[in-house]
Design a protein around this ligand. Sequence first.
Ligand SMILES: Cc1ncc(COP(=O)(O)O)c(C=O)c1O
Length: 317
Amino acid sequence: MKYVDSILDAIGNTPLVKLNKVVPSDSADVFVKAEYLNPSGSLKDRIALKMIRDAEARGDLKPGYTIIEASTGNTGTALSFVGTQLGYNVEIYMPEGMTRERIRIMENYGAKVHELSMEASDEGSVAGAEVEIGTRIKCLEVERTKPKVWWARQFSNPSNTEAHLQTGREILEQLNGKVDAFVASIGVGGTLYGVAKALKSVLPDVKIFGLEPASARYALSEGYTRVPGTGDDVCGGIIEEMLNSGIVDKVVKVSNKDAIAMSDRLVMEEGLFCGISSGANVFYACKVAKELGPGKRVATVLPDHRDRYLSEKKYTT
Ligand SMILES: Cc1ncc(COP(=O)(O)O)c(C=O)c1O
């Protein structure tokens, strides 16, 4: 690669890395897509760019507009990065209590961050949806009352899933079309749904596993597809469509303890400076690899960078 015309052209096309040390013996090979190497440090750069470009093409987002989103971290950061680069104002709504560095990263890009006091559940980094309901309600109110506002709505925006069709195509190309299983933690579901669609379109037998935190209050593995009592305006969306489509073979729970322990191993043993959901993904990918056995291939993603967790006490060792 010589040079790119803009940092936005450096989004995607991330390396796929074969794990060498953390995979148990007599297992399938495990490959990780290093999404934390995207410019703002997560796979959400892909969806930020696609959601914004598609909204511009539809005429929903125009010069002078403010982009808003409810986010506890990565989507807020990615929209702050891409949105300000494309000349928009960006305002992110998050529950109080998130780490200072997450807020500072968004502010550094030029976004305005609103911290709202609300009862946030302690879902850890693997989730997202549940802690974001209150801030989504706020976005809805802002969208309805203020002019020149575009709410990205990552939880139901089809451009989110479409952005990850490309992630899936890259995995297929990097593995010469040979993938037996794909594993990914579910936040709003775009990663798992988009990659699963791309893989299943050419490999109908590929197994798709979704992960959720063991502490999830309305667990997908127990049949919930949305937080009870919430309407389409703030809930449902991609997760509901994905689970109803039958594309996911199984949703399983992973504990924060297992996720954190594996993320520490990924840093120390494999040199991959990734976050906690990466640990969850690899923890479960190794289980699948053991079950499938040698000669098979399991792929997963490392969604975000470890930099945003460094001051969180429960994530330090
Ligand atoms: C760290 C991290 N891992 C995984 C995910 C899951 O991605 P998705 O929202 O596409 O399901 C998210 C997003 O919520 C995330 O921020």
